[in-house]
Every structure is written in C-alpha cells, then in structure tokens.
Design a protein around this ligand. Sequence first.
Ligand code: ATP
Length: 231
Amino acid sequence: SSMEFEGEIAFKNVSLVYEDTKIKALDNISFEVKKGETLAIIGRTGSGKSTILSLISRLHDPTSGEVIIDGISLTKANLTDLRNSIGVVPQDAFLFSDTIKNNIKFGKENATDEEVIQAAKYADVHENIINFKDHYETMIGERGITLSGGQKQRVSIARAIINNPEILLLDDCLSAVDTETEETILNNLQIVCKNKTTIIVSHRVSSAKNANKIIVLNNGQITQQGTHYQL
Ligand code: ATP
C-alpha cells in the first residue's frame, strides 16, 4: 500500500560531490522545513540550488550527511511514495504537443474542466488561454501555437497545482515572468498550497517574499539564513 509523506524536510550536514566532475556542489548544508512552511533558496547560478532539490527527490544521495523526511532518512524511504508526494516545477517546463487542457491535466487525467480552469487561474494563465482561438482546446507545440517562456512556466505551475502534492519544489520556475506576475502567483500559491511544504529556488530575492524561511546559497554553502524581515 502507498502512503503520502507529510512533508517535513531536514538536511543534516549534507555535502554533495558530483563524481564525474568532482565539483563540490553542496558543502555542509543544514536546514529544516516544517510541514506547511515555505522555504526560499536564493543564490546565483551554480550555487547549488537545483542540487538541493535533486536530493529531496532522491535523484542523488548525499556524499556525506543526511536528508530526512518526516523523521526518517531518505535512504530508507519508499521511492515511489516519495516521488508521489512531490511535485516539481522545473526551470524549463516540459510541455507536450497537445491541447493546453491536456498539458495542465497531465498527471491527473481525471481532473474536471473546473479544476483545470481553477488551476490556470491560480497560475495566472487563464486570461491568456481564453484569448487563444480554441481556448483550453488550443493545441500547443509543434502541431499548434508556440507559447512564450513565461506562459509555458505558468502552464507548468498550473499542472503542479492540479496535482496537489504534499511537497512542492519550484525550481526557478518564475524566471520568465515579470515581478508583478510573480507576486500574483506567489500570493495564489500561498492560498492554494497553504498546508503544503513548498521550496522555491530562485536567483531573485523577490521570490522569497512569502517564505517563512530564506537560505542564501553561495558556492554550495549557506551564507545567510533567516526570515525576509531579518535579511
Ligand atoms: P542554476 O541557477 O544555474 O540552475 P544552481 O544554483 O541550481 O544553478 P546547481 O545546478 O545545483 O546550481 O549546480 C551546482 C554546481 O554543480 C555547479 O557547479 C554545476 O556545474 C554542478 N553540477 C550540477 N549538476 C551536475 C551534474 N549532474 N553533474 C556534475 N556537476 C553538476
């Protein structure tokens, strides 16, 4: 039988050296995120932000230290349950050559039209979609229209919202939207993901606006940690 994780995440002295390149991407990282909290990880390109997310999805194991979820080491967690509890919105959204609706519903094929529209509204892409000729039935990709980078990112966020994961990992997924739209989406996420654990990775400090905690990463090390107010 499968179980969902609650979403309490802790890193304990985690380091990661990529074997092929010998790059030390993370150097003695420790932090905690409680269930329902939002953590923002801010840092320049190459600082190790995506690597932190990849450890949570267990795409890699730490070279040393431990990643703990709901009090148990990730190495002892059931991988299927783990991945079913996590929704990842990547930097570059992967969209299919299919309708916008089917792209939003991907992973939750039984979603109703109302749920699709609600998710698109939260992701601030509904207005764009209803301006397309075939609305939610509009084909995108090679057999249809080309979405802008920011529209793709927002469709990808709608997809994550509709799947309603306990743990939401946002990997610089608002980089192509302006800061005003970013703020709207972050405020909506705060409502729709109220009890979910959210980690948002960004190179922009503005992404940390609603976070309970902020980590500043530099060269794989935490250089600052605190609330928006403290930093
Ligand atoms: P960006 O904002 O550009 O995505 P980031 O902060 O997410 O950067 P990471 O992608 O975690 O940073 O990369 C941290 C370091 O690890 C970089 O020096 C990068 O080149 C290296 N790195 C990342 N992924 C791998 C990999 N799969 N194999 C080897 N080295 C990697």
